[in-house]
Design a protein around this ligand. Structure first.
Ligand SMILES: [Zn+2]
Length: 267
């Protein structure tokens, strides 16, 4: 198992989806940020999911170099969304540290989640805002690829772009979403032994659409599986992905960082 030696000063990498705004990290955010930078994870998107998570993401982006904020309402929190929250989101998009909207989407896995109708209404309102503001979307899809696909298509995602984050589909889903103009974000799941479909998906993504993420504190990659995930672990996922793609760490770090810059920062 190759573990990246930070003293080799690898190419800078970008954790495109992390939740340093979760309670697990709140007591020591600067320490987790500094550990990531030791491993040359120089940029990260701190992704919001509800009112509090969004506010924290923006605050961190103003305090720490290399942090960008993404704000939105995840399916799980769709019940909290209303016109007042939409107005707040709209206002937050004027902040220069806010680079995109999300996470948003559909999640039919958890029975306790709001109904599909509620989830779709909240997802749709955020897609409309993304189109209006020309901001890329960070999309969460669990057991809902067909409905997510239809909604992205109906809301003209090809005009503003986005990422299918923590991708859990196979090569066929890759083709559909790439054809819609989406990027594909890979989390620690792509390193797991039994993720054959996701590994096949990785090989099917055009190189200019691949992104890497931790989704910390969830889904820690091999060899940290089962532990609490953190942005520093991006290097494990990148190393594993590079091996699967028969590339070097530095090549893939460079490609994924350039892709992230194109999607979120150079617009
Ligand atoms: Zn997430």
């Amino acid at each position: 198992m190759a573990i990246y030696d930070p003293s080799k000063r690898p190419t800078d990498a970008y954790d495109t989806h992390t939740h340093l705004n979760e309670d697990e990290f709140m007591e020591d955010v600067p320490a987790y940020w500094a550990r990531a930078r030791e491993y040359r994870i120089m940029e990260m998107n701190v992704v919001g999911y509800n009112h509090l998570g969004n506010a924290r993401a923006i605050e961190m982006a103003h305090e720490l170099e290399g942090i960008h904020a993404i704000v939105g309402f995840q399916p799980e929190d769709a019940k909290e969304f209303n016109d007042a929250e939409l107005a707040i989101l709209k206002d937050q998009t004027n902040d220069d540290k806010v680079v995109g909207l999300g996470e948003m989407g559909l999640d039919y896995y958890w029975d306790e989640n709001p109904t599909p109708e509620v989830q779709k209404a909240v997802f749709g309102a955020q897609l409309d805002l993304a189109r209006e503001k020309n901001l890329p979307v960070t999309v969460h899809s669990r057991d809902a690829f067909d409905d997510v696909y239809s909604m992205l298509q109906e809301h003209h995602v090809e005009e503003f772009g986005g990422v299918m984050h923590s991708f859990s589909g196979g090569p066929e889903e890759v083709k559909r979403f790439v054809d819609l103009g989406m990027y594909i974000g890979f989390s620690g799941m792509v390193t797991f032994k039994k993720s054959d479909d996701i590994k096949a998906a990785l090989k099917a993504v055009p190189l200019d659409r691949i992104l890497v993420e931790t989704d910390a504190p969830f889904l820690a990659p091999t060899p940290m599986r089962g532990k609490m995930n953190e942005p520093m672990f991006t290097h494990f996922t990148l190393e594993n992905m590079a091996e699967q793609l028969d590339m070097t760490y530095n090549e893939l770090a460079d490609i994924t960082t350039q892709n992230a810059h194109r999607l979120w920062l150079e617009r």
